[in-house]
Design a protein around this ligand. Sequence first.
Ligand code: ADP
Ligand code: MG
Length: 453
Amino acid sequence: MENIKKSYETLWNSSLMYLKKIMPAHAISAWFEPVVPLGMRGNVIKLQVPNSFFCDWIDSHYKDQLIEALNKAAEDKVFYEFIVSKKERQAIDNTVHTRSVVPRKPAFISRSNVNRQYRFDNFIEGSNNEFAKNAASAVAENPGANSFNPLIIYGGVGLGKTHLMHAIANGAIEKNPNINAVVVTSEKFTLDFVNSLRKNKTIEFAQQYRSADLLLVDDIQFFRGKEQTQEQFFHTFNVLFQKGKQIVMTTDKYPEEMQGLQSRLLSRFNSGLSVDVQPPNFELRVAILLEKAEHNKLALDYNVIEFIARHIKNNIRDLEGAIIRILAKSSLLNQEIDFSLVKDVVKERVGGKVFGDITMEDVVKKVSNMSNVSSKEIIGKSRKMEIVEARHMSIYLCRKIMGTSLSNIGLYFGGRDHTTIMHSITQVSNKIKSDIKVKDSIVNLKEQIEELL
Ligand code: ADP
Ligand code: MG
């Protein structure tokens, strides 16, 4: 028994190692790491996948690679068969059951509007937003029972206002699952009000909002010019405020500067606290990119992250958009995420203005200057020690600085295959650890090449 168990697990581990060499890292983490080998029957390995989407995706995108990896690892013909994880099947069964048997409970209007993805634990703090975050956490801890009532979060587009507002709702619900947290956009509030007028249900409308323990209204700048809605909001606000209920609002400007809102509404806001969110600085942009990349199971080189952070500056939504776009582009075109793909995405986002492009030729030139080995020799076939050393360094730098794919590097360096390229990179990585001279040269070259940017 033990032996069989070992053998299919070992087979899978070796296959995975092989796949890692021939496929982009994001594809491995997204599609292959979640796979669990369950056993072997004859020459068929049974692979458990989280859901049926995996089967289709792997079959249609990576079938050949998977077979190749299994055959290489087993040194024999091996096929695979997918088994969808029990959990998913149970989940599907359960939903089918509950749908037909249990009537749906009437939910608070609130809950369905709370975005569970927007939490404090995935809100990254920096000097631009820490005050807002701290105030928001305090409110989530003790809604209504602090001097931050109302709490107004203001600032430009895409800087995390909505995220913080929902985080307050999630935090408060977690602490007290019975709390009636009503989350709306100002448009939804307006629409609900208008509909209640149409249907003669203004009393229900008022009750619905006035029963909130915690009312969170997003983007109140859109109340601008809507006199009757403001009137309604004013009353709702007063009722809740007098009952000691918490109110949170977001807006694009410092409340005093908001035009088109009634002054009695604005003066109400003064009793609480207004906090702003500012555009993120470089460090925060890097931190956010790292977190978003990890969240999307995207393995990006640090220098790629820095590259994005240098170019996309004033908006967190755009940083996130860049990551999603990179992921989509690489999946749809089935292309490895390399520097040129990232550069294309960033170019699209910033309107074509990126610092000058670095090419593999530039890298080789820099190494050539430093080592006195000609560019031609570096990409040539010679096995002379100093030439091989310069070649390895160039390959290493192309990979680390530009994130170029192994196969593209291989092509440029005289048609070498990806395992050879991988080997060169590993050699340099090891030398950097053991040989201070190599380390210094690499650091120096890196600086010189990055100056080209
Ligand atoms: P706003 O409401 O200010 O226009 P959002 O709250 O909608 O901005 O934020 C835009 C996107 O950026 C959201 O997906 C949000 O999760 C993300 N985001 C904003 N700030 C942060 C942060 N500090 N940490 C992590 N993600 C953030
Ligand atoms: Mg928003």
